[in-house]
Design a protein around this ligand. Structure first.
Ligand SMILES: Cc1cc2nc3c(=O)[nH]c(=O)nc-3n(C[C@H](O)[C@H](O)[C@H](O)COP(=O)(O)OP(=O)(O)OC[C@H]3O[C@@H](n4cnc5c(N)ncnc54)[C@H](O)[C@@H]3O)c2cc1C
Length: 415
């Protein structure tokens, strides 16, 4: 009995569940490892990730820098990233024949630009390692075994399975069965709210300018210390782009409390001080006195937006630079560096979205991803209160926590 292999059950056949099951089965080939997946097709989010291309990880390979991309979970992920980081993820896929490519912004994709490549690789590796995959077979509940050891896993359709270890890798989101199960097993749950969303803004300065983009804006939630920087894109309904997504991530909980109605402070010229921008406009006036404001745009933003900002500053676009008063330049600087926009709601970003919230991180041992509350229970992926910015960071968190959980499960021994 003492040498009998442990039975391992993984609830959820997503990125974290597959990575964990494969690691567990490879580390302890004698132990049966089963994935129970509620849907008929596993890895559905991997399939749609990165617009179907699967942004599998990010080329940031320095753990101390990597953790800065996680509004929640960065501190806890530092240790795990020393054990499994993007370089390991890339090597794992490349060792299994998947060619990867890194885009200039650091995002890593399969060279095929097809998430199917990643899915086939994961399914192949799981099959090779002997992982048993049960599809269309959701986990409804997990309770402690009657003798106080192990777990009984209740399955949709009335069946059940006995397990020595159970990994909850059921993803995030409101109404997640995994969160409810973790809660019943004694875990505290940070309330799930969306992260990575775009802003609804109806404002004459950006009306009918969809597609207009600025490369380096600075954004802040008015009255708060939460800020972000990055490209901003005007959409049909408001504002999007990496800068907006970053602010939505850092402010996910705060903005949920505000019901997504708040004032956005936006500098279209990044964090350049107003005084610097003012002297640039003064220099433009001296250098190009005979040009009109509308035809000489020194702000480095698209000319259609420049025209709107002139209008918002109540400065006629046809004014000659020589005739632009100091007050007019001050008003333009204010529009460029300190715009205020009323946000009235949010939209789902179709490219990538995640859940902020999940199982409280202090209740998990990040060396093994084992629960500190319920021994033999493991947690990985988005079911945890971990979420990252866009760029491959969310899948990397799933790979890392999944890998450590799988190894942690395989390392458990009967006492
Ligand atoms: C549209 C979109 C695009 C994205 N693109 C990217 C990207 O390019 N790069 C990136 O890094 N991140 C991306 N993400 C985020 C990333 O996909 C997730 O963070 C990651 O998939 C989380 O992995 P997971 O295994 O924890 O959860 P999931 O991938 O959600 O997997 C959980 C699995 O558990 C199953 N399940 C749920 N409940 C049960 C139950 N009770 N019993 C059994 N099974 C259950 C689900 O069906 C699912 O298959 C994207 C997300 C979305 C929505």
């Amino acid at each position: 009995m003492a040498n009998e292999p442990l039975k391992h059950v993984v609830a959820g056949g997503g990125a974290a569940g597959f990575f964990a099951a494969i690691a567990c089965a490879e580390a302890d080939p004698s132990a049966p490892v089963s994935i129970y997946e509620a849907q008929l097709r596993p890895l559905a989010k991997v399939r749609i990730s990165g617009g179907g291309r699967c942004n599998v990880t990010n080329a940031c390979t320095e753990p101390a820098r990597l953790v800065a991309y996680y509004p929640r979970g960065g501190r806890e992920l530092l240790g795990p990233f020393h054990r499994w980081q993007p370089r390991d993820t890339m090597a794992w896929f490349e060792d299994r024949g998947i060619e990867l490519k890194t885009e200039p912004d650091g995002r890593v994709f399969p060279a095929s630009d097809d998430s199917g490549t990643v899915i086939d690789c994961l399914r192949g590796a799981a099959a090779k390692a002997g992982v048993r995959l049960h599809l269309g077979c959701g986990v409804e509940d997990v309770t402690r075994g009657e003798s106080g050891r192990g777990y009984r896993v209740r399955l949709a359709g009335g069946g059940s399975a006995e397990a020595d270890t159970v990994l909850l890798a059921t993803g995030g989101g409101q109404g997640s069965a995994g969160l409810a199960i973790a809660g019943r097993l004694g875990h505290a749950i940070e309330p799930p709210v969306p992260s990575l969303f775009t802003f609804h803004v109806a404002d004459p300065r950006i009306k009918d300018l969809p597609g207009v983009a600025v490369p380096a804006a600075a954004l802040r939630i008015s009255g708060s210390a939460t800020m972000a920087a990055g490209p901003v894109l005007v959409t049909h309904g408001g504002l999007s782009g990496p800068g907006v997504l970053r602010l939505s991530a850092w402010g996910a909980r705060e903005l949920a409390l505000k019901h997504y109605r708040f004032t956005l402070e936006l500098s279209w010229v990044g964090d350049r001080p107003a005084a610097t921008v003012r002297s640039e406009l003064g220099a433009a006036r001296s250098a190009h006195p005979a040009r009109r404001l509308v035809t000489w745009n020194p702000a480095g933003i698209p000319s259609r937006l420049w025209e709107r900002l002139l209008a918002a500053a109540a400065v006629p676009a046809e004014t000659l630079w020589a005739a632009a008063s100091n007050a007019a330049l001050d008003a333009i600087v204010s529009q460029l560096t300190a715009g205020r926009f009323e946000v009235s709601g949010k939209s789902t970003n179709k490219e990538e979205f995640v859940t902020c919230g999940g199982v409280r991180l202090s209740e998990v041992d990040f060396k093994t991803m084992q629960s500190r509350v319920s021994p033999g229970l493991f947690l990985a992926g988005e079911v945890l209160d971990i979420d990252g910015l866009t760029g491959g960071f969310n899948l990397q968190a799933a790979w890392t926590t999944g890998r450590l959980a799988g190894l942690g499960m395989a390392a458990l021994r009967r006492d």
